[in-house]
Design a protein around this ligand. Structure first.
Ligand SMILES: NC(=O)c1ccc[n+]([C@@H]2O[C@H](COP(=O)([O-])OP(=O)(O)OC[C@H]3O[C@@H](n4cnc5c(N)ncnc54)[C@H](OP(=O)(O)O)[C@@H]3O)[C@@H](O)[C@H]2O)c1
Length: 332
């Protein structure tokens, strides 16, 4: 690396419980000494990044810190001999951006087993259209497929549908022929969700304002549920016999109050998704499936592009639940 510093979106704790973020030069010594040094060309913004950028110690234990759970870029050095200098690669999840300096810096240094060679069919830029959000959405699709939730069996629900994971879950499921119902708090985005492939768009309160019955009328054959809390409980109680709910999010909190009857009287399966830890064979399969998706079908306004300087506003927006589609971060 020719310079002694690199540019990054840097978050520090100014006093106990108070955090400041700014774009600045950071010494190279800030990076951990891992096997693969990567020059980051693109990153993307996920809800978890916004938590890390705003001082959430459940995500990032110690500050100062550079967030960014996604990165695509070019290998500069590799001590593992798995990669050549100049290889185009992707890193998503694992500990990147959580407690390891992340993709909001121009460089990352990571263990070799976190690194995936850029699959044919994707570019460094388009891989970050998907990033962890797309990876998680495709993981959810694969978990539903493993439970034999097939397109012809009935409707599939996606919650948090305008968000990163939700919007890509709508898109992937629709591309695979599923009859997708998108639940959103932003009914003004109905046409956007239909462009992504939703057959029907409903207000999220139609899912949650349903009372306390132990089981509700059966509406969904499967679901990708990104919000958690009372939303997850309601979706479980509305899921059909032998249906499955893939869950990944905790926007409404970490608690789940539900009851046993949907599981033992309807055979509903609850499928947990952890994209960060996902093992390499599955990781490669997920990226392979993503690489076969035709990105040109994504609506024009699906991607918002920012430089590091524009990240602060986007972090605020995602924390307020106002995100629509995906934010891709470009390094100069
Ligand atoms: N387990 C994993 O591997 C994994 C991976 C990625 C993400 N996640 C988690 O999945 C969740 C979604 O991540 P993301 O990156 O897609 O976030 P995002 O882009 O912010 O999307 C979240 C969406 O949830 C909906 N929402 C926001 N506030 C809500 C509220 N109060 N009640 C109900 N719905 C609300 C909104 O969609 P609408 O307005 O359309 O309803 C929002 O756009 C987060 O909890 C994230 O940490 C987990």
């Amino acid at each position: 690396m020719s310079t002694k510093t690199f540019k990054a979106f840097y978050v520090e704790e100014t006093e106990e419980g108070s955090f400041n973020s700014e774009v600045r030069q950071v010494p190279y010594s800030f990076l951990p000494k891992n096997e693969v040094l990567i020059r980051v060309r693109y990153s993307s913004l996920n809800y978890k990044d916004a938590l890390s950028a705003s001082g959430n110690k459940g995500v990032t234990r110690t500050y100062p810190h550079i967030p960014g759970i996604d990165a695509s870029g070019i290998v500069q050095e590799d001590r593992s001999d798995k990669f050549d200098e100049g290889d185009e690669v992707i890193v998503t999840g694992r500990d990147l951006g959580s407690n390891t300096s992340g993709g909001f810096g121009e460089y990352i240094s990571v263990p070799a087993d976190w690194v995936v060679k850029l699959p044919e069919g994707l570019t460094l830029e388009t891989s970050m259209f998907f990033g962890t959000a797309g990876f998680t959405a495709m993981y959810g699709v694969k978990r539903l497929q493993r439970e034999q939730i097939d397109p012809e069996e009935g409707r599939v629900l996606v919650t948090g549908a305008t968000g990163g994971v939700g919007s890509l879950a709508v898109f992937f499921l629709a591309e695979l022929g599923y009859d997708v119902v998108a639940a959103t708090g932003k009914m003004n985005e109905e046409s956007f969700l239909k462009l992504l492939g939703a057959r029907e768009v409903i207000n999220r309160e139609q899912v949650t304002n349903v009372g306390n019955s132990l089981m509700l009328s059966r509406k969904w054959n499967g679901a990708i549920e990104t919000v958690g809390g009372e939303m997850l409980d309601a979706v479980i109680r509305q899921t059909n016999h032998d249906g499955a709910v893939a869950c990944c999010g905790n926007i409404l909190g970490h608690e789940l109050n539900t009851n046993i009857y949907p599981f033992i009287l309807r055979g509903v399966s609850l499928l947990g998704i952890d994209s960060a830890i996902c093992k390499m064979p599955m990781r490669l399969k997920i990226w392979d499936s993503i690489s076969k998706i035709d990105v040109s079908k994504l609506p024009n306004r699906f991607i918002t592009t920012v430089h590091l300087e524009g990240l602060k506003d986007e972090v605020e927006r995602i924390l307020k639940g106002r995100q629509v589609g995906r934010v891709v971060v470009i390094h100069d």
